[in-house]
Write a new protein. Structure first.
Lengths: 334, 296
């Protein structure tokens, strides 16, 4: 019962955020939420199913561009669903390679996918707009538009696109967490964990190895696609550079910092990795340590990169199970 | 036809540089089972040291210094970080090196900024005529150096006690250490070697026809990943062949850009990865990699 009370408390706090906080925090929050959704997908693939993938940015890009391209032509809700499905199909198409190639070869093969994706995004100008990118049509559901055009005001706060998207993000993140949690603790989740620990043991227990591997890739890609849609909505305009190798590495780092295989850990890692550079940049003027960009000193961007690199090293050396591991260890001691 | 031969030869010379860096990757992997993503920033470190010090030390000494610094940095990564979690799985170790790469690359690109540092090579922008093919002198020298180094390493691995220690440590670490082979020493040597090779690769990747040392040079080492995967991760010979293939593929696709324009612009950068994916579809462990055998 107290658990439900806690959930209700969190829901109230999250619902109140757009009323108190300025747009910078909403934007940061939206990027973090998009990252949370995609990171949960990668956590299921890498942490539960044990398949290293550096291609996550590719699937995120399919979701983002899929939505941006389709939302003009069909209702945005359908475009969202179609973009997620498209990312899932792409994951399923890659799974023949994933099924054959193992371990580190898979990680490096998936690296190739990111570069292929970049090439396509730069060159398929008819759909992606090339290097100049493409504008993302606003979301709308049943005639309710996620723009500031209707002049909606709640408690004296004008509700523009960011305020409205915040609620969409909260709902999508809640759904992603719920589905991820259930998947991990259900029969398919246990099957995937067995697959990770020993393919032979899994096969002898009647688990269809190839099918489950493909399914893990598909589900993870669909998560990536949904994260991509939210990211596109938060950006307002998407360019290929946002979906390069760095993003893939970011996702991998998120789940490592959070603790691979933990849904909640992935979410915490996603918030840390996404919000750190944005927040540091926002306060770079008032932080005495940081130099102005271009002055040769350590600026906000560099400082957050250094902190980020150091966090990876520190987590892997001292807390291998990530943030989730720290929490659970505490619980066990108590 | 003439253009084809020119591109082919140019590709082979470029591939020789890739092969050097790829051999470093493979050596580290064989000795310590680490996919070393930090190789790119170590390469940049070597090139950076050479570019910064050639004015005061002279080119030859600067190269020696760059190679030593890169080797030392590489050993430090192994001794200070990797060694502490030697038993961790491949993915964890790979991500640890990614973290190191981010730290080192961020600091180096902050120092370089938007500058393009001259590597200060005495051969400058010279062009050599080789059997009627005009080719950058630096690439010819790179090819020669690569050939000598690779042959030298092959000989060391094959014939010296150190080579035997290295190979036995790679084949079966536990047994090797019971036989009195010091695994940490073998590992340090492998990392030093990889760092030194990366610095040499960095030297040639940043001299003419490339512009010089920029903060993006570390990414060049990424082009060596398809080479390593193509050849098979645990095969030095495969790495050399993979490097040559990748060099030829990227130069050919860049050279025939006009004819291949239906595939889009900037094909030279992405073609190696496409080739890698195709090869992996047919041979999941690369051309010469040890196939993973599942024992029950």
């Amino acid at each position: 019962m107290s658990r439900w009370a806690a959930y209700a408390g969190i829901a109230v706090v999250l619902a109140a955020v757009p009323i108190w906080f300025e747009s910078f925090w909403l934007q940061t929050g939206l990027f973090a939420m998009a990252a949370i959704i995609a990171a949960i997908g990668l956590s299921i693939l890498v942490g539960i199913a044990g398949q290293l993938s550096l291609a996550h940015a590719f699937f995120v890009a399919i979701g983002a561009y899929g939505y941006a391209y389709l939302a003009d032509k069909i209702p945005p809700v359908l475009a969202l669903v179609a973009a997620v499905l498209a990312a899932g199909v792409a994951g399923a198409l890659f799974s023949p390679i994933a099924g054959r190639v193992r371990g580190i070869y898979l990680g490096l093969a998936s690296l190739g996918l990111v570069f292929l994706g970049q090439h396509i995004l730069q060159n398929a100008t008819g759909i992606t707009g090339g290097y100049r990118g493409i504008a993302v049509p606003p979301f709308s559901v049943f005639g309710f538009e996620f723009t500031g055009a209707d002049g909606m005001v709640v408690l004296g706060v004008p509700f523009g696109p960011l305020e409205k998207l915040w609620y969409l993000g909260v709902v999508l993140v809640a759904a992603a967490l719920w589905y991820g949690h259930n998947l991990v603790h259900s029969r398919p989740g246990r099957a995937l964990a067995t697959l990770r620990d020993s393919e032979v043991a899994a096969a002898t227990n009647g688990i269809d190895v190839v099918r489950y591997k493909a399914a893990a890739f598909t589900v993870s890609s669909m998560y990536a696609g949904l994260g991509g849609v939210l990211m596109a909505l938060a950006f307002g305009r998407i360019v290929p550079e946002s979906f390069g190798l760095m993003l893939s590495i970011d996702f991998l780092v998120m789940i490592v910092i959070g603790g691979a295989g933990s849904v909640g850990g992935a979410a915490a890692g996603a918030v840390f990795v996404t919000a750190l550079p944005l927040v540091l940049n926002h306060y770079s003027g008032s932080l005495p340590l940081l130099a102005e960009p271009g002055s040769g000193g350590v600026g906000a961007a560099e400082f957050s990169r250094l902190l980020y690199g150091a966090a990876i090293v520190a987590v892997l050396l001292f807390a291998r199970d990530g943030l989730a591991g720290l929490v659970h260890r505490k619980e066990r001691v108590r | 036809m003439n253009q084809f031969v020119t591109l082919l030869v140019g590709g082979l010379f470029l591939g020789a540089i890739y092969a050097l860096v790829a051999v470093g990757f493979v050596t580290v992997f064989k000795a310590t089972h680490v996919i070393n993503f930090a190789q790119g920033s170590v390469l940049l470190l070597g090139a950076y040291v050479i570019a910064r010090s050639h004015a005061s030390l002279g080119f030859a000494l600067a190269v020696v210094l760059g190679v030593l610094v890169a080797a030392a940095a590489s050993v430090a990564i192994d001794a200070l970080l990797i060694r502490r979690i030697r038993r961790a799985d491949l993915g964890t170790l790979a991500i640890l090196t990614l973290g190191v790469d981010i730290l080192l690359a961020t600091e180096l690109s902050r120092r370089i900024g938007t500058d393009v540092l001259n590597i200060g090579a005495p051969w400058g922008n010279d062009v050599t005529e080789l059997f009627g093919i005009r080719i950058a002198t630096s690439r010819v020298i790179a090819g020669a150096v690569a050939a000598v180094l690779v042959a030298g390493f092959w000989a060391v691995f094959k014939f010296t006690d150190f080579g035997i220690a290295m190979r036995s440590a790679a084949a079966d670490g536990v047994t090797a250490s019971l036989m009195g082979i010091r695994l940490n020493r073998v590992a340090a040597a492998a990392w030093a070697l990889a760092g030194a090779l990366a610095a040499v690769g960095g030297l040639f990747l940043t001299s003419f026809p490339a512009a010089g040392v920029t903060s993006g040079v570390g990414l060049l080492a990424l082009a060596c990943i398809p080479a390593v995967v193509l050849g098979g991760f645990d095969s030095p010979g495969g790495a050399v062949l993979g490097g040559l293939i990748i060099g030829v593929v990227s130069v050919l696709t860049a050279g025939y850009q006009e004819e291949l324009s239906f595939l889009g612009r900037g094909l030279g950068g992405v073609a190696p990865f496409a080739v890698m994916l195709l090869v992996l579809l047919v041979r999941p462990s690369g051309l010469f990699g040890t196939r993973e055998v599942t024992r029950v």
